[in-house]
Write a protein that binds this ligand. Sequence first.
Ligand SMILES: [Zn+2]
Length: 271
Amino acid sequence: MSTPRTAGRARTKSGARTKSRARTRRAAAAAIDARGTDETVWRAARLPERLPRLGLPAGPVVVVAAHPDDEVLGFGGTIAALLATGVEVHTVCLTDGEASHGPASACAQAELAARRRGELAAALGELGPLPDPVYAALPDTSLDAYEDDVAALTREVLDTVGAAVCVAPWEGDLHSDHEAAGRAARRACLRTSVPLWSYPVWMWHWAGPQDPRVPWHRLGVLPLGAAALARKKAALARFASQLEPRGPGIAPVLPPQEIAHHTRAFETVLR
Ligand SMILES: [Zn+2]
């Protein structure tokens, strides 16, 4: 998921465009930093009754994450359900999430990156039998500068495993890494004709049930059985670095109110 305050960094050459992009990113970072929508609001919106219900996708399924935890937050229950039915699932982790605790020395960031890889391996192990993730080790908070690389890597993985579906962060999620990963996955899918499913992560924080920025007509829900939900919860519990305070008086990246959005009895994707 990565820390909200690292959500923005401008990387265009044109001065005006850079300023405008920086403004957009500051607004996005502020939306992510702001107090989020309470899960009780989402519960009252009764999404599973209002949105179309989707069946499990055919495999092999490739799930792309910007940071080590996005794939579990957004799609972990469905990964567990797929594995339980024998569907092949592959994961791609684009960054090691080394910036989740804000500015730090290179040494501290390397330690955090290693810790987060270990947490991801443990979390994926809770979901079921999965091959090791494909690690891209691109820089956390700067994925938009590497979109061509991400598109090429995603395309290569889709081709190698003969993917039937690609699942990636939603390109409207407001977090710059999630958006870059989503845009790159869309490009890879267009080139390979593999259908793309996009999962929101931060949207549950900054949006509300009537938010016009959300293309509601594209959303569908994937109900989770008790076993899949239990596996997802066990997987989420493995991300200790994101669940504990980042320092004295500094809230975790994933406080209980965020985890509440991701421990529902269903998951949601945009098609
Ligand atoms: Zn993320």
